[in-house]
Design a protein around this ligand. Structure first.
Ligand code: PGA
Length: 251
């Protein structure tokens, strides 16, 4: 099975009308993508976008968060069961913005991962270091710890469902992209960590996406690296022509 995935993370952007128009335009530009394409959309648009992409091979939808509990008195939250019942296949977890602005740490993210997997939702698990860590040369220590705390307690069958996104925090929304070498080096390191815990079969089938200022102009060279299986794209996923170009750049 191909590891190739291009996922858009719309964050808190687009109204339902704008989201609908955006997806329809991308579908008409790339009706038959050669890679899996995932739209990570705001909660209010999940069902609408799922309905639009259903029946289009290789297209899927991701939520941007879930609550770790099954159900109950958690005002404003969305559960894994709700997403599954709505036909949603993926959920983005561990994004640096949720770590920073919502205080999510790897223990909480591990609970959310487990809840998602128990319901059959596929997590897109985000990890990545901040600028001071990169400047001190400690990026592998920090990302290694994130991978270990969030993923090592999963059983092998669960790990097969996980997509990893390496997103250096200093590259998110900054226009500053990791070099191809920096991305490849970290992706290879992450794959070695998955090999150590889960074996090479699982590691070699795990999709590891790069995120952080992916654009039409740099996507092809990043995706050409042997351990970079695609991208998690923020800003550039909001432009139909640009996102279509990134989809075409996937191998
Ligand atoms: P960016 O965001 O592409 O706008 O840098 C990536 C992300 O946060 O997933």
């Amino acid at each position: 099975m191909s590891r190739s995935i291009v996922a858009g993370n719309w964050k808190m952007n687009t109204t339902p009308s704008e989201g609908k128009a955006l997806v329809q335009k991308i579908l008409s530009e790339v009706p038959q993508p050669g890679t899996r394409v995932i739209f990570g959309v705001p909660a209010i648009q999940l069902m609408q976008i799922q309905q639009i992409v259903s029946g289009h091979a290789n297209y899927a939808v991701a939520a941007q968060n879930i609550h770790e509990k099954e159900s109950g008195a958690y005002t404003g939250e969305i559960s894994a069961a709700m997403l599954v019942d709505a036909g949603i296949e993926y959920v983005i977890l561990g994004h640096s913005e949720r770590r920073d602005y919502n205080g999510e740490d790897d223990d909480l993210i591990n609970l959310k991962l487990t809840t998602a997997l128990e319901h059959g939702l596929k997590p897109i698990y985000c990890c990545g270091e901040k600028l001071d860590i990169r400047e001190a040369g400690n990026q592998e220590v920090v990302v290694g710890r994130q991978i270990e705390q969030a993923l090592y307690s999963l059983d092998p069958e669960q790990m097969k469902q996980v997509v990893i996104a390496y997103e250096p925090v200093w590259a998110i929304g900054t226009g500053k992209t990791a070099t191809n070498e920096q991305a490849q080096q970290m992706h290879a390191y992450i794959r070695r960590m998955i090999t150590n815990q889960f074996g090479s079969d699982i590691a070699n089938n795990t999709s590891i996406l790069y995120g952080g200022s992916v654009k039409p102009g740099n996507a092809a060279e990043l995706f050409a690296e042997s351990d970079v299986d695609g991208g998690l794209v923020g800003g550039a996923s909001l432009d139909a022509a640009g996102f279509a170009a990134i989809i075409r750049a996937a191998r």
